[in-house]
Design a protein around this ligand. Structure first.
Ligand code: ATP
Length: 333
């Protein structure tokens, strides 16, 4: 695929196995993810689902065991140490959960951003000073430019951290739990700041978090379960027949190249699906039934018919009007 048509982040069948005390842990078990240039996507999942492992690989700090991981044309599994340094210096920006990892405590906000430009060798002199103020202004911490981190609120520190992450003009911004140490109001402000950066600068943005509230701030939320992407929620705004704006959230199961998908756990529990299931190809959907019994009203699948799912029907295309209804969708997951 030509590089200019490639998604900015592409993970195909990504595997990461850790070995600790002779025991193997499969942190990523064939994860698939595609993020196009300019998109802003949140990856959410329970503790231990593999979120940090994914981000550490995408940031070039760790290498996957198998599969494909490409970011802005860089092959993260095969790149050598020089390319890795250049990749981390110029292609990606990072925001970590701990502000101490993002900012130097003895430098002011402006000095922290300027230092990052120095490291990345982006801009000099008056151009650098102007850009420092532009970035701090964009993140709405321009008035705090001469304060040190200890003199800023947690939310302000994270907004300065985003300015630092943008100092090298990255193509891709990666954030690991950027709101993990913040209260709800500050989290919301930081996520909105990331959204305006994404809108204004067009930087492809991936946020990894356990906080389901993040999905209220992004158009696409990808759920990881057991080291694999399982479902996605896409949000959009439509105008209804009365001219009113409606916020719509639709949830989809993710289908990989060979037809594998994860059934949501609540579906499995409510129909007691386990071990094996019956499948039937209908004209516009694929039916799934418990393998140990047959629903009386279920159409009988042909004896040999266990066709691989060839289409990805929406898990349930719930059209939710208004933010409250959208939130309900998140809670139900
Ligand atoms: N260096 C390591 N050595 C051994 N096992 C590891 C290592 N790093 C992660 N794991 C294991 O891999 C799995 C995924 O971990 P990961 O940190 O990616 O999850 P997470 O979704 O980020 O969780 P959390 O939200 O708690 O940070 C877990 O079972 C974890 O114990």
């Amino acid at each position: 695929m030509p590089i200019d048509q490639e998604p900015h982040i592409l993970c195909t069948d990504l595997v990461r196995i850790f070995t600790a005390d002779g025991v193997e842990v499969q942190a990523l078990q064939g994860l698939n993810l595609r993020v196009d240039s300019g998109e802003m996507v949140a990856v959410v999942g329970a503790s231990g689902s593999g979120k940090s492992t994914l981000l550490t690989i995408l940031s070039g700090l760790d290498t996957a065991t198998a599969g494909v991981a490409r970011v802005a044309g860089h092959d993260l599994l095969t790149m050598g140490s020089r390319e890795r340094v250049a990749y981390r210096r110029r292609t990606v920006g990072f925001v970590w959960q701990q502000t101490s990892r993002n900012l130097l405590p003895y430098l002011t906000a402006a000095e922290n951003v300027a230092l990052a430009m120095n490291v990345a060798r982006t801009r000099r002199g008056a151009g650098r000073a102007r850009r420092v103020d532009e970035l701090l202004g964009l993140l709405e911490v321009g008035a705090e430019r001469d304060r040190r981190p200890a003199e800023l609120s947690g939310g302000q520190q994270q907004r300065v951290a985003i300015a630092v992450a943008l100092a090298n003009d990255p193509l891709v911004l990666l954030a690991d739990e950027p709101t993990g140490e913040l209260d709800e109001a500050m989290s919301s402000a930081v996520l909105e700041a990331m959204r305006s950066v994404n809108d204004e600068l067009g930087v492809t943005t991936l946020i990894v978090t356990h906080d389901p509230a993040v999905s209220g701030h992004v158009r696409r939320t990808v759920q990881i379960r057991d080291g694999r992407t399982s479902t996605e929620v896409l949000r959009s705004t439509r105008v209804d027949e009365h001219g009113e704006e409606q916020h719509v959230a639709e949830e989809f199961a993710v289908l990989d190249r060979v037809g594998r998908l994860q059934l949501p756990q609540d579906f499995m529990h409510s129909l007691e699906l386990r071990d094996r299931v019956r499948l039937a190809l209908e004209s516009d959907h694929v039916g799934v039934w418990p393998g140990h019994e047959r629903r009386p009203d279920a159409p009988t699948p042909p004896p040999s018919a266990t066709p691989p799912s060839s289409a990805t029907p929406p898990r349930r295309a719930r059209h939710a009007a208004g933010p409250e209804a959208s939130d309900r969708t998140e809670e139900e997951r």
